[in-house]
Design a protein around this ligand. Sequence first.
Ligand code: SPV
Ligand code: MG
Length: 673
Amino acid sequence: MKALILNSGLGRRMGVLASEHPKCMTEISSQDTILSRQLKMIAAAGIKEVVMTTGYYDDVLVNYCKSFDLPISYTFVKNPIYDKTNYIYSIYCARESLKDTDIVLMHGDLVFENSVFDAVLASPVSCMTVSSTLELPEKDFKAVIKEDRITAVGVEFFNNAIAAQPLYKLNTDDWRLWLDNIIAYCESNDESKRKCYAEKAFNDISEKINLRTLDFEDKLCAEVDTPEDLAMVFPKLKEVENRTVYMCFSTDILHSGHMSIIKKAAKLGKLIVGVLSDEAIISYKRFPLVPYEERKGLFENLALVNKVIEQKSLSYKTNLKTLKPTYVVHGDDWVTGFQRPIRNEVVETLATYGGQLIEYPYSADEKYKKLDARTKYELSLPDVRRGRLKQAIEMKGLITAIEAHSGLTGLIAENTVVHQDGKSHQFDAMWISSLCDSTSKGKPDIELVDMTSRLRTIDDIMEVTTKPIIFDGDTGGLTEHFVYTVKTLERMGVSMIIIEDKTGLKKNSLFGNEVSQTQDTIEQFAEKISAGKKAQKTKKFMICARIESLILEKGMEDALNRAFAYTAAGADAVMIHSRKKDPVEIFEFMEKFRLQDTTTPIVLVPTSFNSVTEEEFKSKGANVIIYANQLTRAGFPAMQNAAKTILKNHRAQECGDTLMSIKDIITLIPEDL
Ligand code: SPV
Ligand code: MG
């Protein structure tokens, strides 16, 4: 497609404003003239060839065009008798450059906004811009409409007419017919046929040309013939140029799909990009591979982006209330699904001040899905996965983990998401519980399942997940063995090991003093922790000291003494455990610990004191909440029930309703996982 810009006119009615250069070089804003604005839009639309007819001050015009570094090749054609003819003759002069191509034709004094130009270019049929909302002008162009087609264009028509502006898109065949008649006009002996509007040559043959209207309504599309026209265009243009567009991104890579929507958005106004905070992303999808500051940098370096700000939650409301953008741009994928409430809130907020939501079709391209899968895979690699627990605690303050003891329960921990009131909730990490790992093997929780087997469980889970792993290391065994465990776990990409200050034959803590259990000495356990910290090779791996004083009824003071001794020995976190239903002792511990230590993360396993909400724990200073055994406890009765039902009925039909369908179970695990 070529653009044809008609700039041979004398512009007499502009007076001094066009006395030293062609009219199209009249300034219309602090950055632009009519022409520079047109050329930038043409270049942005990807049109590479411009044919420009010139007349007076043609050398000024040619030099001016070349002064812009735009990816446009120009063909300048001077109408040698521009002062004696109309632009019909200028087109005739340029005819050789205008054959066999689609054309976007505009008068050089036309100022229009991007969305009008885009709509013209996107039209599949030949079209001319008209306005159904403007009054019929006295002197300017009007288009006569018959059965949806334009049958005549001129200043003299008032019946069945609509206000029109000389911005056209003409498909090759339609243009060829019109151009041929323009040539015929200009080669005729009739002098007046070189002095009329080119549209007269169209009107003669309009029944052969399928020219449709493109209604720009009250958007900006106006000719500047006089200083009065200019005065009307100024404020309108200012309003157009002050428009702002808001988009929000959570991506850590920018691909062509993002660039394409950014380009569209930037055409609507000054683009402000909201970058979702790390915390908001974690709550919504997977962990960001690239932290907020770097993701912000991606957009700050884009020329199309005016400003980048943080969006602290999935909700747009706060940013929209502050920025009041003219438009919010988003893919149409949020019309349904879990983002729907967020979209609804955007629509409501925009309505409070007259903003508008613009949605473009979402591209679920295969190559973008592959990119996403690759990013996900990277998250599962040891070096990336290991440090993410520490980062998540730092970012969120409080994180949650659920137990996993197999690939399958790992998938549940990884993929279960609940959408509630426009927010989404999922677990941040996985807990490889000694109780559940042992139970799934039909063994008691007494460090009987050896480390080789425990590592195998970790590996099974790691193979199908990306979330950070907290390993239940029981007592940690002999210090001489513990240092090897630390190194092995680090190498695998585990994020934290929790060891409890017990010695000898360990039993599950929830037995308390009902069984005989021995607490280690402070010195010996602290020594084990320091040895582990010394053995550690990477920075973000964590060793958490688990204090059993409350379980073994040794009192609060003992618990606190131990907590401070263990952190002094290098523990990265402390876990305080209790088997009481009432959380009072847990709260007391946290309060007293926090008086002296405000930073070391506190880990809790609220199996018994399960009435407390995460929010409450957070307010009291907890940082990690582990749901240590719920999946195992949910699975066992369900399985037992199915077994009993079959035994009672001597067939499986009766338990069918409680089971997952065969289709669901065989398709649960994708083959290319
Ligand atoms: C586990 O899950 O194995 C634990 C937590 O260590 S508890 O069972 O409460 O001791
Ligand atoms: Mg355990």
